[in-house]
Write a protein that binds this ligand. Structure first.
Ligand SMILES: [Fe+2]
Length: 217
């Protein structure tokens, strides 16, 4: 029988996801009060540090100094604990099948971003670290008629990764993430990304971070 030569099978048992890229998107619950405090702290710091003291990937907008994680306000400590929990959970998931306990020390660098109407971030990566991420404090009041306004876009850095003829799958070479308050994203630091212009009223405030990881021996 021809069917014996070409039987049905479970394709999932035959797929190996090589060169996998983990992108974590987690919506922390109970974030309204924390976000209000973070907004206040960041806005006050902008007034104190002045405009455009630090320019990294931003075209317009304001970025704080890179020592945010050491600021003394309690809301910063809460944010640090969220970053540590997300990264730790990811690390434990990555090593889950190795059958032994391993623990890691995390070294966090972090800074705040304020984008006002017209401000954006050019395509960039975050060198010299393992994980990068962002936490969204407030999105402002974006103009709903502007496509991708204020959204973070990740781009597949592999050459010719956009040779894809079937769209809306995990193979897409462009991925967009909404800047929902309370949402935390986490990705490998080598992933190219950008932030589309915030067009609208109010401030789009986010807190970016880099994480270096050292295994405890
Ligand atoms: Fe970035």
């Amino acid at each position: 029988m021809a069917d014996d030569l070409v039987p049905d099978f479970d394709i999932r048992k035959s797929i190996f996801m090589q060169f996998a890229t983990h992108v974590v998107s987690h919506d922390w619950p109970n974030s309204d009060a924390l976000n209000a405090e973070l907004r206040e702290v960041v806005m006050a710091r902008e007034a104190e540090e002045g405009k455009n003291n630090f320019v990294r990937s931003n075209a317009g907008g304001w970025q704080s100094s890179g020592n945010l994680i050491t600021w003394k306000e309690p809301c910063i400590d809460d944010l640090r604990r969220r970053i540590e929990k997300l990264v730790t959970n990811l690390l434990q998931e990555l090593i889950r099948d190795m059958g032994k306990n391993r623990s890691f020390e995390l070294y966090i660098d972090s800074w705040a971003n304020i984008n006002r109407s017209g401000d954006y971030n050019v395509v960039h990566t975050h060198p010299n670290c393992m994980f990068s991420g962002v936490y969204y404090v407030t999105r402002g009041n974006p103009d709903s008629g502007v496509p991708h306004g204020g959204l973070l876009e990740m781009l597949d850095p592999r050459e010719a990764a956009n040779y894809i003829q079937v769209t809306d799958t995990v193979l897409d070479a462009r991925v967009f993430f909404e800047n929902k308050p309370g949402r935390m994203l986490l990705w490998p630091s080598w992933v190219k990304h950008m932030v589309h212009p915030h067009v609208g009223e109010g401030e789009r405030i986010s807190i970016a971070f880099n994480v270096n990881v050292r295994e405890r021996t």
